[in-house]
Design a binder for this molecule. Structure first.
Ligand SMILES: [Zn+2]
Length: 171
């Protein structure tokens, strides 16, 4: 689950934004082109969790908190099937009425009962609550997640997207 302050700030979001919007965020056309090409040629053959046919690229983020500030670091990109992707974003699944499907899939792939899933989710929600209470975040992209010639520019752009999100909110 993605902490609430970081919703809508992702590589997937960037590759779906219009070129003009991306340029407004300071991204050069050449970098935009390379980012899209990279994203759309990522392998989507097999789900790394359950082995079924993959359809989605999942962004694996790690979250660190210190002195009331958070760092969200994109650690890797993995191919997932739509069900595993949905199960990973249980909050999102709930908002589109697919919570039950996601919970059952979580139980199945972890070979646990729905009751165990509920208990696990309680813990996950606690972590999510505390991460979501952090309002100051910095975004980092680990080396080797993106081609080195675009990594730093894309990282800057994600941070600008995050800033803009807050600027818009306060107006
Ligand atoms: Zn899967």
């Amino acid at each position: 689950m993605v902490p609430a302050p970081l919703w809508g700030v992702s590589l997937a979001k960037l590759v779906r934004m219009k070129t003009s919007e991306l340029m407004h965020l300071g991204l050069k056309p050449g970098v935009i082109e390379r980012l899209r090409k990279f994203w759309f040629t990522l392998p989507r053959d097999e789900c790394v969790v359950c082995g079924s046919r993959a359809s989605d690229i999942d962004e694996f983020w790690s979250y660190y908190v210190g002195d009331g500030r958070g760092i969200a670091r994109l650690v890797s990109l993995r191919s997932l099937c739509s069900q595993c992707h949905l199960a990973k974003h249980i909050g999102y699944a709930s908002t589109i009425g697919k919570r039950e499907i996601a919970l059952k899939h979580l139980a199945k792939i972890n070979n646990i009962t729905l009751l165990d899933v509920d208990r696990l989710l309680d813990k996950i929600y606690d972590i999510w609550d505390s991460l979501s209470s952090i309002t100051t975040w910095r975004i980092e992209i680990s080396e080797e997640v993106l081609p080195e010639d675009i990594r730093v520019e894309v990282e800057k752009t994600l941070n600008r997207l995050l800033e803009e999100k807050y600027t818009r909110k306060s107006h």
